[in-house]
Design a protein around this ligand. Sequence first.
Ligand code: 8OZ
Length: 360
Amino acid sequence: MTEQALFEPYALGGLMLANRIVMAPLTRNRAAAGLVPSALAATYYAQRASAGLIITEATQVSAQAQGYQDTPGLYAPEQIAGWRKVTDAVHAKGGRIFVQLWHVGRVSHVDVQPGGAAPVAPSAIRAATKTFVNNGFVDVSEPRALELDELPGIVNDFRQAAANAIVAGFDGVEIHGANGYLLEQFIKDGSNHRTDAYGGSIENRARLLLEVTAAVVSEIGAERTGVRISPVSPAGGISCSAPQPQYDYIAEQLSALGIVYLHVVEGATGGARNVAPFDYDALRHRFKQTYLANNGYDLELATARLDEGKADLFAFGRPFISNPDLVERLKTDAPLAPLDPATLYGGGAAGYIDYPTISG
Ligand code: 8OZ
C-alpha cells in the first residue's frame, strides 16, 4: 500500500467519507451570545469540508456541562438553529460532520456554572488544572460529588443532545470520554473515589460512559455514534493507576454496543505519544468497528499505521486550524502553515476564517 490509500473513500458504517483524514475536535471559544455557534462558524467549518469527516469542537449537553467561556451548547433551540447553519454549509461542500458532546465535570469554574454553583464531579476532588474564563486562564473551582440520583439526568442530557444533533443536521455524534472531563473522571481512579455502583471496580468506573453510550445509541443509532478516549493522557490533571485493563474492558464493551468508531488519543493529548506505556493494538483487537487514531500524526506515521492495519482513520488537530485545505496539502506534499497561538481561544475572524488555502 502507499500513502494514496489515505486519500481514497472510506465507508464509516453507512456514511461514505471522501478520505481517511479526519478533522479532530478543536475548542475555539467563539460562541458568545447564548452559547450559539457564531456566524463565522459555518464559514470556518465549510472551509475545512474536504476532510473525510469533521468532528466539531466540544459542545455542552446542558448548562451544567460548561467549563470554559464561549464554548457552544446543543440543548437550547437557538443553539440547534445555529448548528443547522454549520451542517448545511459543510454538507453543501460535500463534507461530513459529527458533533462532539461533552460534560466537563470538575474542569469548570463557578463563573460559568448556572447560579454560580460548584462544578460537579464523581468525587469532591479538585483538579490540578486550569480553565479559560473571563478572557484568561484560571484554576478550576472546587467540585461537589454528584449524588447517585443525579446520574440518570446526566445520561438523559447526552441522549437529548444526540437527538438535537440529528435535528441540527449532523451525520452523527462523538461522545467525549477523554481529556479529563466528566466521563473520564469517572473512569480513572485518581478522580473517582466513589463507593457506589459507579466507583471502585473497572466495571463500575466505566459504567457512566457505557450508560451514556447506550442511551445515545438507542436514540440515534450505533452507526451515528462514536466515542473518544485517552487512556494515558494526563490532560485535565487526571490519573489512572492501571489504564490497560480499564481500557481493554471499555473497548470490548463499546464494541458490543456496535458504535461506529473508537477515537483514541494515543499518549498525552497534544503532547508526547510515548508519555506512558500502553498497548493500543489491544484496543484495536477488542474493538471490531472503525479505529480512529489521533495525536501527533503526520503523513508518514499515518501511512505506516494504515499499512500495518493498526488504524482506519486518522484525526489531525492543530494542523487543520492553520491549513483549511490540509487534505490537499498532505496529498501534494505542500508545506503546512504555522498557527498563531494568540488567536486559538476566543476572538473573531482573525486566526479563525482567514487562514488561506495553498492556492490562495
Ligand atoms: C483545549 C482547550 C479547551 C478545551 C479537550 C475540549 O482537550 C478540549 C479542550 C482543549 O478535549
